[in-house]
Each structure stands twice: as C-alpha cells, then as structure tokens.
Design a protein around this ligand. Structure first.
Ligand code: F6R
Length: 242
C-alpha cells in the first residue's frame, strides 16, 4: 500500500487525477471503476481541465460505477448516473455507451445485479477502481457488517441515510429505500485501487482501516489485503496516523 500525502482537497484531487491520467495514457482502453460523492468532484474537475487542454483522451475508456439508488433514473438529479453525467461524462470525449452505472430503473434486483456482474466480467474487470471512504468505513454502499464475499447486490439503506437524504426530495416517499452496489468481492477484484480521503472528519476512520483489524464491521479494512492500493489523503485526514 502506498500513501501519498496531499496538502489539502485541491492537492489531493490533482494527485488522484494524475494517477488516473497515467492509467489512461498507459492503457487508453482501460476500464475505470468510478465513484460519486464529494471526494471525487475535484478529481473529475481536474481530469476535465486536462482533457480540455488536449492532454487526455477518453475515447477508448470504459467506466463502471460503484453504485446507484434503486428506483432513480438518469433524469433524476439525485441519481448517481445524473451525477456522473454532470460531473464528468458530459465534459469529456468518453463514449456514453461505454459508461456503466447499475440500472436504477430495473426493479428486479436480482436481474439488475446479475446484469451488472456480467458487464464487469464482459469488460474484462476493472483496471483502476477509485473509492471514497465513508465515515463508518463503508465503501460503495457496503455498510458495516457487509459480507466480504458479495458481488453486486441490493442493499437496504439505513434509517439514518434515508433521513439524511430526505431534504433532497419532494416527500419522504420519494426517498430511495434501497440501492444497488458492487460488493466487496467486486471491489477487491479490481487490479488497482485508488482511495481518496479528505478532511479531519475522516482521520479516525483512516487510521482504523490502515492499522485496525480486518473486519466486516469496518468494510474498508479489507483493503489491507489488496496488493495494489494507493491512498491519496490530505493532511487533515492523515492527522491521526502515528
Ligand atoms: C459513492 C460511494 C460512497 C462514497 C462515500 C464517501 O459512489 O459509493 O461509498 O464514496 O460515502 O462519500 P464522500 O466522498 O461524499 O465523503
């Protein structure tokens, strides 16, 4: 495991974008595993900037996202597909047909998940998986207690997540109650993993996943067992490390 120290969020984003750019330059038809959330927004902005300068070409890249809310389609501004379109795909020359996000509109969970597993296998697996880290150690939607051996599956959102998401929807009934997520097994099968972590609020959990026991209670602790993990964290997130 390699840990890169960044000064702040912006520096973390630049370093992460550099690693992703290197991947694209070394293997133009690579498969990138991508994430949503606040952590990767700056990384995507940096990649867009370099694309606009002519330094990056996404035309042969395939992307496979970690997760999606069940019930939300691409036009819903809370969907992860919408997030990816607006934060990255709409601004670079990636072929949208080569960008994959679990199908939130497929209400048959088993089908949605097995279709997604087939896509990952058909594309030859993920070359570089980008991850953010949840405050409780979750990765994707794999919350504490998640089994390590799962591929894409449907999860029930916790009460606290539903409560927190309420403000983004017209009414509580509209808030998604479930999501599709790659499982820990899918994530661990990626050939390389890049985790980006920013802010003091993640300092405790970062220390825990690096130095604590490997346990489903802290899903990201499994990353200790992967043989090619790069962490890019800012000083605030690294502040609790020995
Ligand atoms: C996003 C995802 C989540 C986030 C995590 C961190 O696709 O799967 O696991 O990476 O919740 O979120 P932020 O970056 O908003 O702190």
């Amino acid at each position: 495991m390699i840990i890169y120290r960044a000064k702040n969020y912006q520096d973390m984003s630049r370093k992460a974008a550099n690693i992703i750019s290197a991947q694209i330059i070394m293997k133009p038809d690579c498969v990138l595993g991508l994430a949503t959330g606040s952590s990767p927004v700056g990384t995507y902005q940096q990649l867009i900037e370099w694309y606009k300068k002519g330094d990056l070409d996404f035309s042969h890249v395939t992307s496979i996202n970690l997760d999606e809310y069940k019930g939300l389609g691409p036009d819903n501004c809370q969907s992860y597909r919408y997030f990816m379109n607006t934060n990255l795909f709409d601004h670079v020359n990636i072929d949208k047909n080569r960008t994959f996000v679990p199908n939130g509109l497929e209400m048959d969970s088993e089908k949605a998940c097995s279709d997604y597993n087939q896509i990952i296998a058909r594309e030859g697996g993920i070359d570089l998986q980008l991850l953010g880290l949840g405050h409780n150690g979750h990765i994707g939607f794999n919350e504490p207690g998640a089994a390590f051996e799962k591929e894409t599956h449907c999860i029930d959102l916790t009460e606290s997540t539903i409560e927190a998401n309420k403000r983004f929807f017209a009414s509580e009934e509209d808030v998604p109650k479930q999501a599709y997520t790659m499982g820990i097994k899918s994530i661990m099968q990626a050939r390389k993993i890049l985790v980006i972590i920013s802010g003091e609020s993640k300092a405790d959990i970062l220390k825990e996943i690096l130095y604590g026991p490997i346990t489903p209670a802290i899903p990201a602790s499994i990353l200790q067992l992967h043989n090619d993990v790069t962490i890019v964290a800012d000083e605030a997130a690294l502040s609790k490390l020995p």
